[in-house]
Design a protein around this ligand. Structure first.
Ligand SMILES: Nc1ncnc2c1ncn2[C@@H]1O[C@H](COP(=O)(O)OP(=O)(O)OP(=O)(O)O)[C@@H](O)[C@H]1O
Ligand SMILES: [Mg+2]
Length: 381
């Protein structure tokens, strides 16, 4: 290896050393400053260019002397990228705007592979242009879900509206009939049953309407510790806690989140109810919160509700947030849909995983920055 002055692709402000065989001056600056990731390799397997964006997207730490080394070594943490680059000289049709999930980091990248040709048309190298699509993908997924929920909501609201009146009619007429057949005990009990069922159907309709109604947030700084306490009390009023132990891990100085306190309490309550229900009277529920660095502003707060019940089976994971998905004999399947709706309204995220002990762990990430202030928070595009 020839002695190269330390290249530091991460800080573009520092004067960049000239490396032999690497485009210098303005062209080099162009490549370094591109917002897309760029890698170029020579036919003999050496790395010719790797810009900042590429190091970042691949999670590779820049080292002095990377340029000129075999790219298979520099890119060892990303075998997929090595494979793509080495295919450039073999394929007839090079991938254009293809997508790939990197195993190491879980990131999704979109990439285009090209050949570098000299004046004689000989392929002397290959270029890989790519971009981290992970965030785009998440946003698209959320967008799709929002559309689906909006369409579903409109339909549900229309049906609920149509069903409400006939239900009220059934209840009233059954009441009238009850008076007509006051002497028959059997008829009375049947009519009571009808009225009871009509009331139940009406309660479901009301619940659906509640679910599809758009949320109007009353945002204020909210202390999570208080929300968690209240949510625990509300959950215990619905599901007896029995021998389930509850541990809370809320740091004393935890930053307040800008949120709607009531909605947030509903969110935590629904998660805790599910945790209690998953555990059949025995076990432990852990509620923990911590501040984490976020994409912008003051970062995010992560709130976790974990239990040591059976966990969420892999095949159900995609569906548990859908309205009416339930595995419980008496469930309506709206609990987590409401959770998701509240999280979305706060511009947050929710993930579920199964913990080491097998139980479910729901993690809600909420931005600390007030909603609508993101533009001022200076997020890098
Ligand atoms: N902590 C958990 N552990 C295991 N499975 C869970 C957990 N939380 C939710 N689930 C699964 O997700 C499904 C949907 O949950 P959701 O809260 O939306 O509805 P539900 O609890 O079945 O009914 P509802 O909340 O409307 O009374 C549950 O039926 C259950 O299968
Ligand atoms: Mg539930």
């Amino acid at each position: 290896m020839h002695a190269t002055p330390p290249a530091d692709p991460v800080s573009p402000r520092r004067p960049r050393p000239r490396v032999r065989g690497v485009p210098s001056g303005f062209f080099r600056d162009i490549v370094e400053s591109l917002r897309n990731a760029v890698i170029a390799v020579r036919r003999d397997g050496r790395l010719a260019v790797m810009n900042d964006g590429a190091y970042r997207a691949l999670g590779v730490t820049p080292a002095p002397g990377d340029i000129g080394r075999p790219y298979a070594e520099v890119l060892r943490p990303c075998p997929e990228i090595v494979r793509i680059l080495s295919s450039a000289f073999e394929l007839n049709l090079l991938p254009n705007r293809a997508e790939l999930r990197l195993k190491g980091t879980g990131k999704v990248i979109g990439y285009t592979l090209g050949l570098v040709r000299d004046a004689a048309g000989e392929a002397t190298g290959a270029t890989l242009l790519f971009k981290d699509l992970t965030r785009v993908e998440q946003l698209e997924e959320r967008e799709r879900l929002r559309d689906r929920l909006a369409a579903l909501g409109e339909m549900a609201a229309a049906i609920a509206h149509e069903v409400k009146n006939p239900l009220a009619g059934i209840e009233i007429m059954a009441g009238l009939l009850k008076r007509r057949v006051a002497e028959s005990a059997e008829a009375q009990s049947l009519l009571n049953e009808i009225i009871h069922e009509a009331k139940m159907a009406n309660a479901i309709v009301m619940e659906v309407l509640e679910f599809v109604r758009p949320i109007r947030l009353h945002v204020e700084p909210v202390a999570l510790a208080r929300v968690v306490d209240e949510a625990l009390a509300m959950a215990e009023a619905v599901v007896p806690r029995r021998r389930v132990r509850v541990t809370t891990e809320l740091p004393a100085g935890l930053v307040a989140v800008e949120a709607d306190a009531q909605q947030l309490r509903q969110l935590v309550t629904n998660l805790v109810i599910n945790a209690f229900e998953a555990m059949d009277g025995n076990g432990r529920v852990t509620i923990a919160a911590r501040q984490v660095a976020g994409g912008h502003g003051a970062g995010c707060v992560e709130l976790e509700v974990a239990d040591d019940g059976p966990g969420v089976p892999d095949e159900a994971r995609d569906r548990i947030f859908s309205p009416f998905f339930t595995t419980k004999p008496r469930g309506s399947g709206l609990g987590l849909s409401i959770v998701r709706k509240i999280v979305d309204a706060h511009d947050g995220r929710i993930d579920v995983s199964n913990g080491p002990s097998g139980g479910a762990c729901f993690r809600v990430t909420l931005p600390v920055t007030p909603l609508g202030d993101e533009a001022n928070a200076g997020e890098a595009a």
